[in-house]
Each structure stands twice: as structure tokens, then as C-alpha cells.
Ligand binder design. Structure first.
Ligand SMILES: [Zn+2]
Length: 235
């Protein structure tokens, strides 16, 4: 397994490398830290009969695992970390659908995604249009759902910066400026025939794992901008 799955991730064994207040640092972690509009994972960290609740995982120099209590845990302990599936699966499906919505809004209306916020119940995306009067939410919803239903594979690549920046179909490369130059290879997510962009989030491996989306709200966010909100069936 080269890629930890985006949905139903299995528990993993690792070693505690540091404890700072109520935060645990692990030698290796598959927990998603909050970022890119997506919530961090929650779950449990367990050593034999001792278990503590993992609160929302946060980014840092090393991934930070805030817990309810570190009592009884020590540096060097072998632990089992279990990610909360319900929360992770919903964030993963919401986030993967967001790729499709942003890609199709770009293809259909030349809209650029300038912000997004994901939750388990709904997601909102801020789109900047050259002409927002051309936007039609039924057309967007239909096109996105057609892709969801067409069993497209989602592939994860590790490509160097040059390859990413020189690729004609690549989207959303602006944020790459914020990633330190010492990071030479970045994760690229490809939804076959739909989207290709660098992304560190969690994804399904085929769109058959997604649910149909419903655009629930569209509102103005100033000149040329619309904020669209959507929910997914079964969430
Ligand atoms: Zn992503």
C-alpha cells in the first residue's frame, strides 16, 4: 500500500516521538491535519488498555495530535491510532466533490475557485467569474452529478514542481508559492478527464464512492463573485 486510503482508513501502529502539553507527536501519522478548507481527523490513540480521545488533528512542523489526556503515555510508547471513519469519510467525499465542482465551474463558466470551506453537512465554494450572469446552477449540478455517476478513477501522483508547473491541464498552482522550496515533490490529484491539480487533502479512489450533490444556496459575494453551497445525498 503506497497510499493510505481516503475513506475507511485502517488503524495504524506507530511510536510516540514527543509529548507537548496535551499534544502527542507520532513517528508516523496518517491523520489529516486541518487545512485547505478541510477539517482535521479525530479518533483515538491507544496503548494496551489505555486509550485517549484524539481531538482535531492540526498542522505543524510535525503533525500535532491534541488529546483529551496524555496521562500514562510516554515518549517511545508503541500506540495504535484509529481515525474516526464517519467524520473522515464525509470530509473525503465532500472534498473530492469540491474538486469536481471547481473543475466544472471553470470549464463551463471560466470561474476560478478563490475559497472553500468543507464540513460534513455542507460545503461552500467561492467562485470568481469573468461574467457571473452566465452562471446557471442547474447546469453545474447536472454536469457534476453526471461525472459522479460515471465511475471516474481518482489517481494520486507525486510529481516535481517543474512537471506540475509545465503541465497544460494543471489547475490551482498559485498556492504552491506558499510551500517551502525544500519540498521538491508535491502530491497531484487526477480525476480522470475532469481535474488535475496539486492537493494535500483526502480523496476517494473512484467517483462511484461519492454521492450526488445538490446546490442548496447561491449568493453574491461582491463584484464577479458567487458563493455556492451544496450538500450530498446520504450525508
Ligand atoms: Zn484534494
Amino acid at each position: 500500500m503506497t497510499q493510505h486510503p481516503g475513506i475507511n482508513p485502517p488503524p495504524f501502529n506507530t511510536i510516540i516521538s514527543d509529548i507537548i502539553d496535551n499534544n502527542i507527536i507520532l513517528n508516523e501519522s496518517y491523520c489529516y491535519p486541518r487545512g485547505g478548507g478541510q477539517q482535521g481527523d479525530t479518533g483515538t490513540i491507544r496503548k494496551n488498555d489505555l486509550q485517549t480521545e484524539l481531538l482535531e488533528t492540526m498542522p505543524g512542523e510535525s503533525i500535532i495530535h491534541p488529546v483529551v489526556s496524555t496521562q500514562g503515555f510516554e515518549i517511545g510508547d508503541e500506540v495504535i491510532c484509529t481515525i474516526n471513519h464517519e467524520r473522515r469519510n464525509k470530509n473525503t467525499t465532500m472534498h473530492t466533490v469540491q474538486h469536481i465542482v471547481s473543475a466544472i465551474a471553470n470549464d463551463m463558466f471560466l470561474a476560478e475557485t478563490v475559497g472553500n470551506q468543507i464540513s460534513e453537512e455542507y460545503t461552500r465554494i467561492d467562485l470568481l467569474f469573468p461574467d457571473r450572469d452566465k452562471f446557471n446552477s442547474e447546469d453545474l449540478q447536472q454536469a457534476v452529478n453526471d461525472i459522479i455517476k460515471s465511475n471516474k478513477d481518482v489517481k494520486i501522483h507525486k510529481w516535481d514542481r517543474e512537471r506540475i508547473l509545465n503541465h497544460e491541464q494543471m489547475r490551482h498552482t498559485k498556492f504552491m508559492d506558499r510551500i517551502p522550496n525544500t519540498v521538491t515533490e508535491l502530491r497531484v490529484v487526477e480525476i480522470m478527464d475532469v481535474d488535475l491539480c496539486p492537493c494535500g487533502g483526502t480523496h476517494v479512489d473512484n467517483t462511484s464512492n461519492l454521492y450526488e450533490m445538490n446546490i442548496t444556496n447561491v449568493k453574491s459575494k461582491g463584484a464577479g463573485k458567487l458563493r455556492i453551497s451544496y450538500s450530498l445525498n446520504n450525508h
